[in-house]
Design a protein around this ligand. Sequence first.
Ligand code: ADP
Ligand code: MG
Length: 229
Amino acid sequence: MIRFEKTTVSYPGPGAPALDEVSINVDKGEFVFLVGASGSGKSTALKLVMREMRPTSGRVYVAGKEINRLAAWKVPRLRRQIGTVFQDFRLLSTKSVSENVAFALQVIGRSGRDIRKTVPETLELVGLADKGNRMPDELSGGEQQRVAIARAMVNDPMILVADEPTGNLDPATSVGILTLFEHINASGTTVLMATHDHGVVDRMRKRVIELDHGTVVRDEASGAYGFEH
Ligand code: ADP
Ligand code: MG
């Protein structure tokens, strides 16, 4: 589902590459934590998967497509198959909770009837059935992240990419967010989550890929966050 082959990313300017010949293979339906110190290359790896950028060298395949060779007009179609969740939620502040989730369906041309059915179902799944009419700034951080997750999953994406999704949340709230990710994963969506959060990684015991200065230093099937590297 996601494959890096000797993938290198060098940002302009001096300094070592952000990713240095990284090779990773993530199969359909896997749940993978990407861990490592700040600056180790996690966000860069996720940006490649989202096709926000391209590798300097090497290859990246997402859902069978090599992103470097993908025609520009095909990029939106690929992005539609990828749900994204970020540390800072990134909700549309002038839209209600329901409108935020509906928007993800409007932009891909789904019918009003379909949207009116799907949005409440998705809000129910993330535990926000009664908050559809609220504005984002009327919600707690954990609730806002649930809206972002609803928006990411409403389209039933093949891949969910999350960059530090619990970075602004307290530990108890984070557990709830991870439980949601597990549900999404159980329905067949491949989950790739970059995190600093030792607590959630240790609790979940999923596959852990650790980056250090842009190289993979660990890839464990059922790992903990680990301090030993
Ligand atoms: P992480 O998400 O693990 O903190 P990043 O992928 O954000 O790591 O960054 C990896 C390296 O690339 C760091 O050294 C960072 O400073 C550098 N970097 C990230 N984004 C840019 C950018 N837009 N321009 C230049 N350097 C960048
Ligand atoms: Mg980052």
